[in-house]
Design a protein. Structure first.
Length: 333
């Protein structure tokens, strides 16, 4: 089964700038971050077409580069951005449906069961093998929303190799099964998610550190009738474990996360979203490294070639070569 891919490259509302620049257009290795993602998707056998939503004028200028156009093997469509992440995802989905046209349309009941791959535009170390592995795992689940997680072990290659050297250290989800980093990969059947608006809210609060914001969001979750207390309980424990983890209180963090089984979080998210939710754990790691701040960007610039080579070698060792994709350039719509 093949799926369309939607790359969210918007720069409004919850989007963050780095050095005053919208993240999709930051340069690494002489190429904008969004171009790295589009190029990787060209080699994923399970991806049928690539849709990018954001500043249409800037995106088209990036995609006009001859070296990128030479890599295009799949239809590439640009959609002007909307007000926020939720609208970018939903409205792009409405436009990728067959015969939808520039204004889009709602899916039929039959179309609502078809999944779409959503991913962010700032993943310079994503490999086609990792994306392919995630899609295949997600399709096997057959549920409404699959969120990718990467293991802590897969992140170690991005750590500083010695004090004072460039590197990126991640914040993790602390669960009974281990410590995981969100991989920025989402396989979703958008029309089957009842509470789609909560995806936007959770995204906007993904970096929150202030206790007031945490309590406010927790209270809103508690008021949800569908499993609100269970969601709040797991949410609070995960934050407590993360705090203990940041303070290097390993025993306390381990004790807390032992009370957060992955299945409970999946059940809570299913209730919150009114759709069947699962995590898909992958082992390569590059898709979990997004560029969210100036120090991470500078580290990525200093280690770009090394980290790209490492990710390519790790993907090949763990997952083997990709199935060949059809050749031939495709025009931008």
């Amino acid at each position: 089964m093949s799926v369309p891919a939607v790359v969210t490259a918007g720069d409004r509302r919850a989007a963050k700038a780095v050095h005053g620049e919208s993240k999709p257009y930051l340069l690494l290795g002489g190429r904008a971050l969004v171009a790295h993602v589009v190029a990787a998707l060209q080699q994923v056998p399970e991806v049928s077409a690539v849709w990018v939503v954001g500043n249409a004028e800037r995106l088209e200028a990036v995609f006009a580069a001859p070296e990128l156009r030479a890599e295009l093997r799949k239809p590439l469509c640009v959609v002007p951005q909307f007000r926020n992440l939720y609208e970018n995802g939903w409205e792009t989905y409405r436009r990728l449906l067959p015969g939808a046209g520039p204004d889009g349309r709602d899916p039929t009941p039959e179309e609502a069961t078809a999944p779409v791959l959503f991913l962010s535009a700032d993943l310079p170390f994503a490999t086609p093998q990792e994306i392919s592995d995630f899609v295949r795992r997600g399709l096997a689940f057959g549920c409404d929303y699959v969120l990718g997680l990467c293991t802590e072990e897969s992140m170690r290659g991005f750590y500083p190799e010695a004090p004072g050297e460039p590197g990126i250290r991640m914040a993790y989800f602390n669960l009974r099964e281990g410590r995981f980093r969100q991989s920025n990969l989402h396989l979703i059947k958008p029309a089957r998610i009842g509470n789609r608006q909560y995806v936007e809210e959770m995204y906007e609060h993904r970096y929150q550190r202030q206790i007031g914001q945490m309590i406010a969001l927790g209270w809103r979750l508690l008021r949800i009738q569908e499993g609100g207390f269970s969601v709040l309980y797991s949410y609070a424990l995960m934050h407590l474990a993360a705090i203990a983890d940041r303070w290097r209180l390993a025993r306390i963090a381990d004790w807390i996360r032992s009370r957060i089984p992955m299945a409970r979080v999946e059940a809570g998210c299913s209730a919150l979203l009114q759709g069947a939710f699962r995590f898909a754990v992958t082992e390569v790691g590059g898709c979990a490294v997004d560029i969210d701040n100036e120090p991470d960007y500078e580290a990525a610039r200093a280690r770009f070639e090394l980290w790209r080579a490492r990710q390519g070698a790790r993907a090949a060792a763990l997952l083997g070569p990709l199935a060949s994709c059809a050749s031939g350039s495709r025009e931008i719509a």
